[in-house]
Design a binder for this molecule. Structure first.
Ligand code: NAD
Length: 260
């Protein structure tokens, strides 16, 4: 068990990639905090993990709300002792050509991805520093942390920004044995992507099949989606890595869509 007795606070863990990370980490012995806007789904995921023998807690959190983030981390520390792993994963997607983006949409997307990453990092770092056990901070970036696509101005901006944040946390956290890294997945067939397929088809004037084949998977080596388990295995590698040798990095898991 690679994460025995460690506690992971995972945002957006009621669905998609975050949920799979919760399942994989629980299997590896971690205590799991499911921090999500969707309280009902967070509780359902926590109940499922408990049925499998894990310790899990569902908490209702909007990651852009400072008070909710602070309170939920305190609740998690009270329940499990300390936070050892933060997976800052909650996210949304909004697609429009730049000239059609409203300022409100721009700010909403940046707030969830960047303010959420800042607020959860700040709250969890306090616990990691206080425990003396160190920790691992993992941001859910994207191939869009490295590469641009049309229609995704705020998303590409936010995902690039997470790499900068991870590098700062890597430098500041090192003295406390806290590491920070970014996972950069290609397209994963979660609700976030299912929603985009018809939206992109409409915006680009092409069929949904063409969006999948000629937009989303066009540059992959094999025309395959990345899976939630692929991403969870990378998260496990970062979370269980034993030293500061692996910090300040970003790893692309995308079927070769983007090669560094
Ligand atoms: P998803 O829609 O399946 O899950 C996102 C979760 O985040 C949901 O449970 C939702 O309730 C939660 N959430 C949304 N806003 C929140 C908020 N303000 N506070 C707390 N929770 C909130 O999406 P997913 O595909 O699993 O995406 C997870 C992360 O992975 C996102 O950061 C996304 O940008 C990133 N990502 C996804 C893909 C992909 O292809 N699916 C690729 C690269 C990166």
């Amino acid at each position: 068990m690679l994460l025995k007795d460690r506690t992971a606070y995972i945002t957006g863990a009621a669905s998609g990639i975050g949920r799979e990370i919760a399942i994989v980490f629980a299997r590896e012995g971690a205590k799991i905090v499911i921090a999500d806007l969707n309280k009902e789904a967070a509780d359902a995921t926590a109940a499922e993990l408990k049925t499998g023998g894990a310790q899990a807690l569902g908490v209702a959190v909007d990651v852009t709300n400072e008070d909710q983030v602070e309170a939920s981390v305190q609740e998690a520390v009270k329940a499990f002792g300390a936070i050892d792993i933060l997976i800052s994963n909650a996210g949304i997607q909004i697609v429009h050509p730049l000239q059609e983006f409203s300022y409100a949409e721009w700010k909403k997307l940046l707030a969830i991805h960047l303010d959420g990453a800042f607020l959860t990092t700040r709250a969890c770092l306090k616990s990691m520093y206080a425990s003396g056990r160190g920790g691992s901070v993992i941001y859910m970036g994207s191939v869009h942390s490295k590469e641009a696509s049309p229609l995704k101005a705020p998303y590409v901006t936010a995902k690039h920004g997470l790499i900068g944040l991870a590098k700062v946390v890597a430098k500041e956290g090192a003295a406390h044995n806290v590491r920070a890294n970014v996972i950069c997945p290609g397209f994963v067939r979660t609700p976030l992507v299912e929603k985009q397929i018809p939206e992109q088809a409409k915006a680009l004037g092409i069929s949904e099949q063409d969006v999948v084949k000629n937009v989303m998977l066009k540059e992959t080596v094999d025309g395959e989606f990345t899976t939630t388990d692929d991403v969870a295995q990378v998260a496990l590698m970062f979370a269980s890595f034993p030293s500061n040798a692996l910090t300040g990095q970003s790893l692309v898991v995308s079927h070769g869509w983007f090669m560094q």
